[in-house]
Design a protein around this ligand. Structure first.
Ligand code: ADP
Ligand code: ZN
Length: 633
């Protein structure tokens, strides 16, 4: 049907992009030719184009409308708005429309005026909507079904939605219409389930690498977490959009307030806020530039804001799936982005306790502990974080891939995680670990009691405290054996012992420390304990300011003073247009596109053509204004 040349033509003309990314071309060719597909691509990989371009190509060939099924009702308005900006005829049907509005959309649909229709699953499977589809199918005007967020069909996925189960009706009623299922969830069990539930066993599977090379992973030892976060934002992401995840509502409120007090545009988001407030904060995050959302994990599913520059975790999530899903919300536009996490003893203790105290079956708890251990392993790692993350999803990093290399040391270097950029000094903490463990043992023998971390470290470091005197702990044979170690070092050792299960924390009894089965192996020096040298954070370095008004402006590519002024002017102009159209700014133009324009400083229409992100419709709609803005700077 459509040649690959014409598909690339649609990419250029409608979306203004010079080339396909990763497996997009293969997927688009397959579906445009009428094949079924399962598409697994990480967040930000570019899934939308995989159904949008086939729908456009098939509509042009007279095959009618493509139906996109999505659970994310709140985002449909913006998704459709983005298509309108690109000159594609699209609409949505969901519970936010009045019945008049809905029937107007249905009329458009029947008249064959739409290229894409977005609908919620519960809407698609109503008898009324199925009758509409049948009418279209009879005339051969149903071009494809795209089932987005397809993991929702599986109870193994992280977001099961029973409405998705009813979607099998599509296959039964319309066997000739190509179907595609798309998701960013990698897990093998979920994948099998999707194929079976949606009867896509014969579909071709397209599985992309889950690597997100533009995301830099950094995990730091947490001390004064909120202050570390503040410094991180001020030093590296001033004026940029980001998401901060915290475990509790209370902490969300506190952290948001601290950031606001420091002059950062931050807002809270958690289930305790009323729905209106949540909606308002979400809208501001999507529509305004450089907002920071401080949230519990209730925030973020389906948020496709492409220019989130950082995702920070102030508390450790439960497992790597959660961590990867959340950090994946950074840098969907492919520009450099940062995943930052503060991690400390308390996180290990809390997460272990939550599992221990949950009412779940022992078998299930075992699985949860296994998942937590994998995340702890990532946090404690002194080698490449990316390698560990991808290994968790069953992917191996090959030498030379994505700019990485084994650099002759036998150690993979991704060049974009903290451990690869600044390989940490590692010290052997085995001896220190044995000192801690034998002290726990001796205290217990001597006083028949257990104590917490603080007292334990005081004894090992030979400090004279009230408690030490009270219990006569200065007479223990291990008193002062670790006088050469700093508290930070000992704390690191203890954290690792807890992380590996060689010390248990008794939450029922004032977080006192106990030996476990696994302690013995460490005491016998059968396993070693390797720790990163805790480097104190570098003295705050002040950023060089370019000029008063432009200080807070950061462009995604290096721009000189004049270009930076053009960039600022373009951003201001874009903000006005976005408000007028009631759409997020990035739907008008991405930051990268504005930066490219600012860099090129175009004088004519021709100069603008070929800049990535400017399709035919946008050129027609905005070229004059953009040229005017540039000329006025
Ligand atoms: P996903 O749904 O997989 O998370 P999206 O479809 O939202 O990803 O795409 C992420 C971003 O990448 C979007 O802003 C999109 O415009 C952009 N994008 C997708 N494909 C391309 C491409 N071939 N060239 C340039 N940008 C692209
Ligand atoms: Zn790395």
């Amino acid at each position: 049907m459509s040649s690959s040349a014409s598909l690339a033509g649609i990419l250029r003309e409608v979306f203004g992009y010079p080339g396909f990314r990763g497996p997009q071309q293969a997927i688009i060719e397959h579906v445009t030719a009428g094949g079924d597909a399962l598409v697994l691509m990480p967040t930000g990989g570019g899934k939308s184009l995989c159904y949008q371009i086939p729908a456009i190509a098939r509509q042009r060939a007279g095959l009618g409308v493509g139906i996109v099924i999505s659970p994310l009702i709140a985002l449909m308005h913006d998704q459709v708005g983005a298509l309108h900006e690109a000159g594609v005829s699209a609409a949505f049907l969901n519970s936010t429309l009045s019945s008049e509005e809905a029937s107007a959309v249905e009329q458009q649909l029947l008249r064959g005026e739409l290229t894409l229709l977005y609908a919620a699953p519960e809407r698609v499977t109503t008898p009324r909507f199925l009758a509409l589809l049948a009418a279209l199918a009879q005339r051969g005007h149903l071009s494809l079904f795209a089932i987005d967020e397809a993991h929702c069909v599986s109870q193994w996925g992280h977001d099961f939605r029973p409405e998705y189960r009813a979607l099998t009706v599509l296959h039964e009623r319309f066997p000739g219409v190509p179907r595609m299922a798309l998701t960013a969830t990698a897990d093998a069990l979920t994948r099998e389930d999707i194929l079976e539930r949606l009867q896509l066993q014969d579909a071709r599977a397209f599985v992309s690498s889950f690597d997100r090379p533009n995301i830099r992973y950094t995990i730091v030892e947490k001390r004064d977490g909120t202050q570390q976060l503040l410094r991180f934002i001020q030093r590296e992401h001033e004026g940029e959009a980001g998401i901060v995840y915290c475990q509790s509502r209370r902490k969300v409120e506190d952290v948001a307030q601290t950031l606001v007090d420091a002059g950062i545009d931050a807002m809270p988001y958690h289930a305790g806020l009323d729905a209106k407030m949540r909606q308002r904060n979400q809208d501001r995050f999507l529509r305004e530039d450089g907002m920071v959302m401080v949230a519990t994990i209730a925030f973020g599913m389906g948020i496709d804001k492409p220019d989130v520059r950082f995702v920070a975790h102030l508390d450790m999530p439960k497992n790597i799936e959660g961590y990867y899903q959340e950090t994946g919300r950074a840098g969907r536009d492919g520009l450099p982005a940062h995943a930052w996490m503060g991690y400390g003893l308390q996180d290990v203790v809390n997460q272990r306790r939550m599992i221990d105290e949950s009412p779940a079956e022992e078998e299930f708890k075992l699985a949860l502990r296994g998942k937590l251990d994998a995340l702890l392993g990532l946090a404690e790692a002194t080698d490449c974080r990316r390698v560990r993350l991808l290994a968790y999803f069953g992917e191996q990093m090959a030498d030379g891939e994505n700019g990485g290399s084994a650099n002759g040391t036998g150690r993979y270097n991704c060049r974009n995680c903290d451990n690869c950029l600044h390989p940490p000094e590692v010290w052997d903490g085995t001896e220190a670990a044995r000192k801690l463990l034998s002290t726990i043992y001796r205290i217990r023998q001597q006083s028949g009691m257990s104590f917490g971390a603080g007292h334990l470290m005081d004894i090992v470091r030979g400090k004279v405290t009230e408690k030490v005197t009270q219990y006569g702990h200065a007479s223990l044979s291990t008193y002062g054996v670790g006088a050469d170690l700093s508290e930070v070092q000992l704390r690191g050792v203890l954290r690792q012992l807890i992380a590996m299960g060689a010390v248990a924390v008794d939450a029922q009894a004032f977080n006192t420390l106990q030996l476990t089965e696994k302690s013995r192996a460490v005491l016998r020096a059968e396993v070693s304990v390797q720790l990163r040298e805790s480097v104190s954070s570098p003295a705050s370095r002040k950023k060089k300011r370019t000029g008063a008004g432009l200080a807070a402006i950061r462009a995604p590519i290096a721009l000189d003073g004049a270009a930076l002024e053009r960039y600022a002017a373009l951003k201001a102009w874009r903000g006005e247009v976005a408000r007028e159209h009631n759409l997020p700014a990035y739907v008008i133009f991405h930051d990268a596109t504005l930066a490219a324009i600012a860099h090129k400083s175009p004088q004519t229409m021709e100069d603008l053509q070929g800049i990535s992100g400017i399709g035919a419709k946008k050129l027609e709609a905005y070229a004059q204004e953009v040229l005017r803005v540039i000329a006025a700077v």
